[in-house]
Design a protein around this ligand. Structure first.
Ligand code: UT7
Length: 332
């Protein structure tokens, strides 16, 4: 019997309607469209507006659409892995909140926090439950309401991030398609360069943490850029080498969308031309855990059964990694 792989059998996404353009940001901070586009590739991002709206509200329409596409109900889901850095609350897990909102009565679940690498960590983790035979249907969600932790008076960060959700269903595949290999890394010495210090057990919320802006995402951009550009390219190259893949073998590179220059460096290192690289950073900015599944969702019509995909990400932690997977279906 051939090995069971965990394959993505459906993908969906959701981005909120409100478009925050570079032009609108020019009215808030000392920046300009030319700087943002040339340094990052971002033209606009989506923002979830409205009182009482949280990350789970990005996930509900994405997951409901996913279930409809696959022709299953929420009660068929056995496990929800919710990858996010902006959970609705510190606890309970947003996985639980989502399960309640969609009626996933038979699922257990948990949140997974690996910043911008969250979706890759979640996919690899979810795959174990399929490969072991423990579960038939695993839902992996990548969702972030980054606007809830962005300081719109800080030009270093407010131009970068947006809100969105992408999600996939994992099921068993015995045709050789699905997740084939992954290399995932963490290095906590990166903590000072990309973090959100307030509200955790180290710095519980207080007047001081609010006054000091500790509930906003902080990034030392230049340092993170240096690590990202090297590590994301290296880990993707490692995965190719381990699996004897040449650039001709790869149908698509699916990179985390943090900066177009980091994407270009990763593609160049992998020897891939731009026609093989999924890029939507200009429309959505950096949606953290959602970038990679949003790309898969937008490119779904172009993907063919058996295509070799190389996923790669780098983010806070530091965390980074790359996954090699064979796409399991051609959309009818
Ligand atoms: O997804 C998680 C992982 N995160 C990343 O991968 C992000 C990695 N970092 C980056 O993408 C880039 O470092 C940024 C896009 C954040 C910044 O680009 P940079 O080319 O590294 O710019 P910089 O921080 O070195 O700043 C260059 C100049 C500075 O001015 P001086 O000191 O040279 O006079 C900044 O003050 O650009 C200035 N600057 C801006 N100017 C206009 C910084 N932000 C802005 C802005 N508009 N929004």
């Amino acid at each position: 019997m051939s090995k069971i792989h965990a394959a993505i059998t459906a993908v969906n996404g959701y981005v909120p309607d409100y478009i925050l353009t570079n032009q609108e940001l020019e009215t808030k901070v000392d920046t300009n469209d030319e700087w943002i586009v040339s340094r990052t590739g971002i033209k606009e991002r989506r923002i979830l507006k409205g009182e009482g709206k949280a990350t789970s509200d990005l996930a509900v329409p994405a997951v409901q659409g996913l279930l409809e596409k696959r022709g299953i109900t929420a009660e068929d889901i056995e496990l929800i892995i919710f990858c996010t850095s902006t959970p609705d609350m510190l606890f309970p897990a947003t996985a639980n909140i989502l399960a309640d909102k969609i009626g996933a009565k038979n699922a257990w679940g948990y949140d997974l926090q690996a910043a911008c690498s969250g979706f890759l960590f979640g996919l690899t983790t979810g795959a174990q439950f399929i490969e072991s035979g423990k579960h038939k249907n695993v839902l992996v969600v990548g969702a972030d309401k980054m606007s809830s932790i962005v300081n719109y008076e800080d030009r270093n960060t407010c131009i970068l991030f947006g809100d969105g959700c992408g999600c996939v269903l994992l099921e068993a595949n015995d045709e050789g398609n699905g997740l084939i290999d992954s290399v995932l890394k963490t290095d906590g010495s990166g903590t000072p360069y990309l973090n959100l210090q307030g509200g955790g057990s180290l710095n519980p919320a207080s007047h001081h943490t609010v006054d000091a802006g500790m509930h906003y995402a902080y990034q030392e951009g230049r340092t993170v850029f240096k690590f990202a550009v090297t590590n994301m390219a290296n880990v993707a190259a490692d995965v190719m080498e381990r699996n004897n893949l040449s650039s001709d073998d790869i149908a698509w590179l699916v990179p985390h969308q943090a900066n177009k220059r980091i994407i270009d460096a990763t593609a160049e290192r992998a020897g891939l031309p731009e026609e093989k690289v999924m890029v939507n950073i200009h429309k959505y900015g950096n949606t953290t855990s959602a970038t990679i599944p949003l790309c898969l969702w937008e490119w779904e019509d172009k993907l063919k059964k058996g295509d070799n995909l190389l996923l790669a990400a780098f983010g806070g932690g530091f965390t980074w990694g790359s996954i090699y997977l064979k796409w399991a279906y051609t959309k009818a």
